[in-house]
Design a protein around this ligand. Structure first.
Ligand code: AMP
Length: 190
């Protein structure tokens, strides 16, 4: 990993966050280098540092509500919302929420997926910060931004713990305000 961008953290604390994210080769399928955040979540200081860094981004973006993608976006999004005194919107995989929902479909390498938001939970005009753990190809994040806008929200920004540079996810989010806490230049996927 390179280019630690956990602005506001002491350098040794930023390095520690980086070291708490484990590389797991060939998971969940051959050729994928999975970024495992469970050691980071288990570490009180590491978790606090990441939540604090996301919270600073949200303050800079002027946010009314925080949204997070299922499932790992929930782990950071909800504590960030709480730290800011804001609400949290879960963006869930298809079929998990009771109707009525708003939905956006997007393409995966094989097949397609959809994410959903419970109708009526997003106040029209609200400025939304979308949070997830990893920006890979950007398909999930682009769909999340589209879903927020479909529901009448304004995408204030998208924030990720990790950006996998080699997959160019940022290109799917051109024109949007994208922040990542750590960038990874090694080839990876997922
Ligand atoms: P993408 O839509 O390709 O940007 O993929 C982003 C979603 O897939 C995020 O919700 C991540 O949790 C997950 N993901 C993608 N690639 C990885 C990876 N190498 N390690 C861990 N999670 C990943």
């Amino acid at each position: 990993m390179t280019d630690v961008a956990l602005s506001g953290l002491l350098p040794e604390r930023a390095t520690r966050v980086r070291e708490l994210i484990a590389d797991v080769p060939d998971f969940p399928s051959p050729g994928i280098l999975f970024k495992d955040i469970t050691p980071l979540l288990a570490d009180a200081e590491g978790l606090a540092d990441v939540v604090e860094a996301f919270t600073r981004l949200a303050l800079a973006d002027g946010v009314d509500v925080v949204a997070g993608m299922e499932a790992r976006g929930f782990l950071f999004g909800a504590p960030v919302a709480h730290a800011l005194g804001l609400g949290f919107l879960p963006l869930r995989k298809a079929g998990k929420l009771p109707p009525p929902t708003e939905s956006v479909s997007y393409d995966l390498e094989y097949g397609s997926a959809a994410i959903e938001l419970r109708s009526g939970t997003l106040t029209p005009g609200a400025r939304v910060l979308i949070i997830d753990d990893v920006l890979a190809t950007g398909g999930t994040a682009a769909a999340a931004a589209q879903l927020v806008e479909q529901c009448g929200g304004v995408v204030a920004g998208l924030a990720f713990l990790l950006e996998l540079d080699a997959l160019h996810g940022r290109e799917r989010l051109t024109g949007r305000n994208v922040d990542t806490l750590l960038r990874v230049s090694t080839p990876s996927g997922g």
